[in-house]
Design a protein around this ligand. Structure first.
Ligand code: MLT
Length: 269
């Protein structure tokens, strides 16, 4: 597995890659407020002939290296999706299996809107197609204030217990610290930009009846952020979609149950 930086026309993007430089591509879009490193359990067990690619969404993690211009923060999910489409073009990938978890799923919907030809298959994990409710928008404002007051550390301390399911908190006590470290590696600016972009993201339910590719929906039965019932409703709204429920996973299902998650990706690919 390699860490690389792609120098695109508009900016630089850090990404992780496992597998060959050509061949069937699988693109991983991370959750808020993590980074490409969220996908290490997937990249480290990538099937030999597949090209696994996991970029940091704009502003996350890959900041501040000399000579690299990561550009201004994102304003919208569409900005993240534009970067991803540009990265795929740069890497000579036509269409990929796109795996989006939570915020990564919001970006995948934006990609489906602006560049449907880039999607060979779609795995939507622990995510929703709806826009933020009024309550959720108020929650974004509270989270912005928290980051401005206590930084990524404070946000992490509040979020991590909610991100992981009950089984994980009991059986994998170290995972919470690992997630906290991923959160702390981000800048406050990147986190605040993502909160604003999520708060203003459009509703994507109009896309569900005619998705441009086959879809697998992955749920964590112990997900406290996107409850199982909501994920089932997302699945039911996508004709022909497959549903995989990971019984002992919460919101960060790829980290909590890597085996089950990897099997879901392979069944999708
Ligand atoms: C995520 O995991 O990406 C976030 O929980 C998404 C959100 O806050 O809507």
């Amino acid at each position: 597995m390699l860490t690389r930086v792609a120098h695109l026309a508009s900016r630089s993007v850090r990404y992780l890659q496992a597998g060959p430089d050509e061949g069937e591509a699988v693109l991983f879009l991370h959750a808020f407020p993590l980074s490409a490193d969220q996908w290490l359990p997937q990249l480290l067990s990538a099937p030999p002939r597949k090209r696994y690619i996991a970029p940091d969404l704009r502003g996350f993690r890959g900041m501040g290296q000399a000579g690299e211009d990561f550009g201004p923060e994102a304003q919208s999910m569409d900005d993240y999706a534009a970067d991803v489409a540009e990265l795929l073009a740069h890497l000579d990938v036509g269409a990929a299996t796109v795996v989006g978890l939570s915020m990564g799923g919001y970006v995948a919907f934006a990609l489906a809107r602006r560049a449907p030809g880039r999607l060979a298959r779609l795995v939507l994990a622990n995510t929703r197609a709806t826009a933020d409710s009024d309550d959720a928008r108020a929650g974004r404002d509270r989270a912005i204030a928290l980051v401005e007051r206590n930084g990524p550390i404070g946000l992490g301390l509040e979020m991590v217990p909610k991100l992981l399911g009950e089984s994980t908190r009991r059986d994998q006590p170290d995972l919470g610290d690992a997630v906290q470290r991923l959160i702390e590696a981000n800048t406050p600016d990147a986190i605040v930009a993502a909160l604003r972009a999520m708060k203003t993201r459009p509703d994507s339910t109009d896309l569900l009846a005619a998705m441009p590719c086959p879809v697998t929906v992955v749920a964590g039965a112990e997900d406290a952020i996107v409850p199982l019932g909501e994920t089932r409703a997302l699945h039911d709204a996508i004709p022909g979609a497959e549903l995989v429920v990971l019984a002992r996973a919460g919101h960060l299902s790829n980290l909590e149950d890597p085996r089950g998650f990897n099997a879901a990706i392979e069944s999708a690919g």
